[in-house]
Design a protein around this ligand. Sequence first.
Ligand code: HEM
Length: 503
Amino acid sequence: MYLELVAILLTTLFVWDYLRFRRHNKMYAAAGIRGPTCYPFVGNAPMMINESPKTVFDLQFRLIAQYGKNVKIQMMGERGFMTADPKMIEAIMSSQQTIQKNNLYGLLTNWLGDGLLVSKGQKWFRRRKIITPAFHFKILEDFVEVFDQQSAIMAQQLHAKADGKTVINMFPVACLCAMDIIAETAMGVKINAQLQPDFPYVQSVKNASATLAERFMNPLQRQDALMRLFYPKVLDKLNDSVSNMHSFTNSVITERRDLLQKSLAGNAPLLNDVGQKRRMALLDVLLQSTIDGAPLSNEDIREEVDTFMFEGHDTTTSSIAFTCYLLARNPEAQALAFQEIRDVLGDDKSAPVTMQQLGELKYLECVIKESLRLFPSVPLIGRHITQDTMLAGKLIPAHSDVVILIYHAQRDPEYFPEPEKFLPERFSMERKGEINPFAYTPFSAGARNCIGQKFAMLEMKSTISKMLRHFELLPLGEEVQPVLNLILRSSTGINVGIKPRVY
Ligand code: HEM
């Protein structure tokens, strides 16, 4: 009797699942998008059981080889497809109908609320409009000083290990520097992460970033309820970190709002500790913005500042670290980059670097772009399609989840000959126009592209040029093993050796 009941229940669920998704499956078949065998309810989840963050890229390469650049996929109840096809990527990134993020981004809302990265519809549109001026050329120009000062601290601290023998994992080093930079530019406060890594806010950002990376990859950590059951301590620690970060951000916002109001009332400019006119932080732009004539609340501002903190430190960290790694292993490119830096910035390492000088580091820019091709900090992104939509000649059914495989598209031999080779010349002015802009999208593209792209490029040029002015980078330590952990990391570290440059 018991077995019969189970059999009836399973058959009913099976038929319900089949009927519910019959239209979906038919439309994918008509669009010619195929994929591995799907099981009722769980979809392709069993295929993932043996995969780890280390092997998931290889699995995706195998699926592309077998089914083509668009692969139908289902994870539990979420159905859709993965794409590494530049024509499809172009259609998705260029359409206003496909700008909504998929459910996975919900994991970030504890920390980021409904900030720019996750928000949708009118809210996203209005926020994007008022946040865009915060990344204006004039504001970025002021940030160059911060990039320069914080990179100098990074270099200064590394001198103790510059013996040409010690293996240095660049990820944690660059991470503290990137945290200092984003805190000072987004909130206008120095958190001294490099000098005091134990500062509670720094610890909380590190812990929350690591836990979110873990949640992203582990289905048992996706829902708070499941996490409470299987990983209660990790959830408690995450909640503590989030509440610690929120109270820190709140206090900074309140303080800056008060100061701003006092300065407006007294019609006097805001001054810093040494009596100079104070640099605008991204937060100040938000404090002065209005939507329909109303200022943003502290809560509104907090979610955007937290989004900058999250989106603006791990991404640049990953890229700075991978670029140092690649330069260490490609001495010719390193020599060319160093020569250019010397020509543009001169030999006085203490002279402040300007935005114009950073703009002149053209070869270094090619190096960074090529590094972002091989090791994109954001290796994949997700979208949710809410209604039937024609994309690249294929009718995609409503309620599809799409995963854009940036990592794979950027290693496609059809678009990048000798894709595994580090060839910065691909991005040279002479070869302008050779690269398909939708095969190469480390900063995404279209309406939902990275708002911090120019900020990031300046920061990376500043930190990497500082490294090269002080040190010769050497190919020490294990090779990288790229892993998908929310952003791109390496399970073996991102290792280099360094020795002081004598010149
Ligand atoms: C190497 C560094 C960086 C890379 C590779 C990168 C990449 C990206 C990508 C691929 C997206 C699209 C995400 C998606 O569609 O889900 C994105 C969005 C975003 N990025 Fe960046 N990013 C970098 C640095 C930064 C920095 C420094 C900031 C802020 C200071 C920033 C702020 C944002 C924000 C707010 C969004 C959401 C934009 C929106 O949805 O309207 N990013 N970034």
